[in-house]
Design a binder for this molecule. Structure first.
Ligand SMILES: C[S@@+](CC[C@H](N)C(=O)[O-])C[C@H]1O[C@@H](n2cnc3c(N)ncnc32)[C@H](O)[C@@H]1O
Length: 190
């Protein structure tokens, strides 16, 4: 966190998205982004630095259930992704024109690995449903999962909707954590 703080990032998680971007090159200038589970804002900071909303006119829409202080260039929505009103607001704001949906959502850890795995998978499933709704043809979806019994099912499901699906563990993700990211590219709309 010290390095993140020194470099002006709100979270160490920022480096995970930087490394995902270095590998998959998803955050090009002008791309429209939705960031789910965005607080405190490290991923949103990285996303706005890369897509440059103020210069290109693109959108970065960041949602979290917790309060998040403003980030220049980003539209911040406060709400629970399971809440219908929040979902409708997000869909209405994104107008089906999103190029990349990012999801770093996590439930508070219980310390029981199977419970944590299942709770994260539920969040990832909802995020996938949202991405299928808001992404434009050819778009990408990045989602955090914890390895475990239900992860292969999500990986398989994503293969139905995206032409290219990969697992990736960024160097900034702790090696003793089961966390990894699934990256779906080239969304096949319909
Ligand atoms: C690991 S943090 C995200 C860190 C963020 N990517 C960053 O770079 O600062 C996970 C976030 O998911 C959010 N979250 C969990 N469940 C949610 C839900 N149902 N709806 C919206 N946000 C949720 C939490 O409030 C938390 O801020």
């Amino acid at each position: 966190m010290r390095r993140a703080h020194k470099e002006g990032y709100r979270s160490r998680a920022a480096y995970k998205l930087q490394q995902i971007h270095e590998k998959f090159n998803l955050l090009k200038p002008g791309k429209n982004i939705v960031d789910l589970g965005a607080a405190p804002g490290g991923w949103t900071q990285v996303a706005t630095e890369k897509v440059l909303p103020d210069q290109t006119g693109c959108q970065v829409i960041s949602l979290d259930i917790s309060e998040m202080s403003p980030i220049p260039g980003a539209v911040i929505l406060k709400g629970d992704l399971f809440d219908q009103e929040t979902l409708e607001e997000l869909i209405q704001k994104s107008q089906n024109k999103i190029d990349v949906v990012l999801c770093d959502m996590a439930a508070p850890s219980t310390g029981h690995s199977q419970t944590d795995h299942l709770r994260t998978m539920v969040l990832a499933e909802v995020a996938l449903e949202v991405s299928l709704e808001v992404l434009s043809e050819g778009g990408a979806f990045v989602v955090k999962v914890l390895q475990g019994s239900d992860e292969p099912e999500l990986f398989k499901k994503m293969n139905k909707y995206f032409s290219k699906v990969k697992r990736f563990k960024p160097g900034a993700s702790r090696s003793d954590s089961t966390e990894l990211y699934i990256i779906g590219q080239k969304y096949k709309k319909n």
